[in-house]
Every structure is written in C-alpha cells, then in structure tokens.
Design a protein around this ligand. Structure first.
Ligand SMILES: [Zn+2]
Ligand SMILES: [Zn+2]
Length: 252
C-alpha cells in the first residue's frame, strides 16, 4: 500500500468519525472521537499518531499506529498507561519506560500494530497522588499499602476507552501484547475480538537486572522486590531470561 492510499483511508476515517454517536462504553458511558491523525517518525520506526477526544474527562488519549490497521484483522496491540516519571523522566521506580520502548520497538518492526497510550497517570490516580504514594513508600509502606492509604481503588475505565479506540480505528480483531490474561477478558467484555495473547517480554538491561539477580533467590524474595516497585502498568514484568519458576512467582 502506498502512503497516498493510506492517507486517503485516514481522511475517510476522520470524515466518518466526526459524525460518530454511540451509547458509550462501560460504566462511565465513555465515547471517544478521532480528532487528528499525523505521521510520526520515531527512533523506533515510522508511525502515525492518532489523537482522540472523549465525552468525560478531557484527557487526550492517543494511538501510535504502525502500518494500515484500518479494517485489519489480528493487529498486535499494546495498552500503555501514561507514566510521566517513567516514560519521560526515566524514573527507576517503575518499568514503564522499558515497557513502552520495548513495545514501540517490537511494533515498529512489524507490518501493522499499535500502542494505545492511555492518559491514566499512576493507574488513574493522577500525577500528584502518585507522588504522594511514592512519598508513602519512601516512608516504608509498600505499593499496596501506599495505595490503600490514599483510598485508591482499581479503575477500569481505561479498558472501555481502549476498546472504543480500537473500534474507532475499525480494527476487526487484535492480538494483545500483555502478560496479564485478565486484560483480555476486560477488552472482550467491551466487544473487542482478541484472537491471541502475546507475552510482553522485556530485554534485560541495567534497570531490570534485579529481577534476574533473584534467579538463585527464593521466590518469596522475588515478591518482596517486586512490591517496592510501583506497578503502574498493572502486570508483572517478564524479562528475557527469567525461568518458569520466577514467572510463576510473579502471579502468586
Ligand atoms: Zn462512541
Ligand atoms: Zn511508571
């Protein structure tokens, strides 16, 4: 497919989507509209970036799209929740940047695929509350205790947003890049056809080396280490080189 043909399809999609109306997805009856699409050359490959508006919170969710996904089947998809401290600042309190880079690299090398970049900073509690949670962790609480202390509850709005974004782009079916099988159920509930789960495995590097260093340690030790990290992407990190026992321990 030539760039011109793709751009014609994009224009058609934009023209159609502006008149889109629906009942909304999920408890919050969220509805999203495609607002703008542009080319986005990156260090990980050439993508298009799609900007969405929604009827609820003014958050600007985006899709980073490789190739022509409009009407396509089996499109590899990664859901990434925004993490300013990790994604942009390179914080080592979480693995978000590693996860984002690994998914962009992987999808950038594919024919089609997309990363949905959901503006759900700190699991939806917002940047300032995330900093409060970090501060509680500095004082000795673990991630779970810190979140409870802040009255944090799981918020699943992002799956509704993600499902609507996938439908807005007319993607017929996806392969979800995740280590968390529960995410598939959530998307399926919102009408997304998920044909497969592709494990999201990070290459080992100096920052996630600590997972591998526990190879010889007891699994309990591994869990303790994990607790000190803020699990913003809501799934355990699997690093290339981890064995079955270590992966199993992450889910216990
Ligand atoms: Zn809608
Ligand atoms: Zn993070």
């Amino acid at each position: 497919m030539t760039t011109e043909v793709l751009h014609e399809k994009i224009q058609l999609l934009l023209d159609e989507d502006c008149c889109h109306e629906c009942e909304g997805y999920g408890e919050d009856k969220i509805c999203v509209h495609i607002e703008a699409i542009a080319e986005l050359p990156t260090r990980f490959g050439d993508f298009h970036i799609v900007g969405f508006s929604n009827n609820r919170d003014g958050k600007e969710h985006v899709a980073i799209v490789k190739g022509d996904v409009i009407g396509a089947e089996n499109v590899p998809v990664r859901l990434h929740s925004e993490c300013l401290t990790g994604d942009a600042l390179g914080s080592l309190r979480c693995d978000c940047r590693d996860q984002l880079e690994a998914s962009l690299k992987k999808i950038g090398a594919m024919e089609t695929g997309m990363v949905l970049y959901l503006r759900q900073e700190g699991r939806g509690i917002g940047l300032t509350n995330k900093i409060r949670a970090y501060s509680l962790q500095d004082a000795g609480l673990d991630t779970v205790e810190a979140n409870h202390a802040l009255g944090f509850q799981d918020d699943e709005r992002d799956y509704a947003v993600a499902a609507h974004m996938i439908h807005s782009l007319k993607v017929q079916s996806i392969q979800l890049m995740t280590n968390n099988p529960k995410k598939i159920n959530q998307l399926t509930q919102h009408g997304v056809k998920v044909n497969a789960r592709v494990p999201h495995i990070l290459p080992p590097n100096e920052h996630n080396r600590f997972y591998l260093e526990t190879k010889a340690a007891k699994s309990g030790h591994l869990i303790d280490l994990r607790k000190q990290r803020f699990a913003e992407q809501r799934e355990p990190t699997i690093v290339e080189g981890m064995d079955e026992t270590q992966i199993k321990a992450l889910y216990e």
